[in-house]
Ligand binder design. Structure first.
Ligand SMILES: Nc1ncnc2c1ncn2[C@@H]1O[C@H](COP(=O)(O)OP(=O)(O)O)[C@@H](O)[C@H]1O
Ligand SMILES: [Mg+2]
Length: 146
């Protein structure tokens, strides 16, 4: 059976619970059609200089870091092996919202599966800032997983 709405999927992943659910959902969808490519993308934000960090002491420093990313990547690659689909993982540097938007555009993604929240812990937010940005800027359908 062919899932005609989607052939190249991008799954932005920050290891938050939401992004774990998004990855599960993406894999469930991809299992419906082995022609769907699954691209899991982790973006590492450059370190915030100490000076500006001092000005924003309340900003949680819980976002994805380089040290952990390669281990998480291996975990995800093992998980993805359960699919017959073509799958790839990426770890890129930059501003997560910008990088995800650009990655999806440049790689002609036709479906994005993203978590509603991330690692910031701002639970009162309806949508995280990254998912909000991607939802606004993406030119393809976006599935937001709660
Ligand atoms: N650095 C990142 N790399 C890849 N995906 C990310 C990154 N940050 C967030 N995301 C994606 O965006 C979703 C929402 O996270 P985010 O908007 O950052 O929420 P919050 O503001 O709560 O941290 C995550 O579940 C994940 O799918
Ligand atoms: Mg975040």
């Amino acid at each position: 059976m062919m899932l005609a709405i989607c052939s190249r999927m991008v799954v932005p992943y920050d290891h938050s619970n939401s992004s774990k659910k998004a990855l599960e959902m993406a894999m469930t969808l991809a299992a419906q059609d082995e022609k769907i490519e699954v691209n899991v993308l982790m973006v590492i934000q450059p370190e915030i200089p100490a000076a500006s960090l001092a000005m924003t002491p309340l900003l949680p420093r819980l976002e994805l870091q380089h040290e952990g990313a390669q281990e998480i990547r291996k975990e995800i690659e093992q998980k993805l092996e359960s699919l017959p689909n073509k799958t790839r993982t990426y770890v890129l540097d930059g501003d997560p919202a910008q990088v995800i938007e650009e990655f999806a555009r440049v790689n002609d993604a036709d479906f994005i599966v993203i978590g509603s929240r991330g690692l910031s812990g701002l639970k009162e937010m309806f949508l995280g800032s990254v998912s909000n940005h991607v939802l606004h800027k993406a030119t393809c359908p976006v599935l937001v997983v709660k």
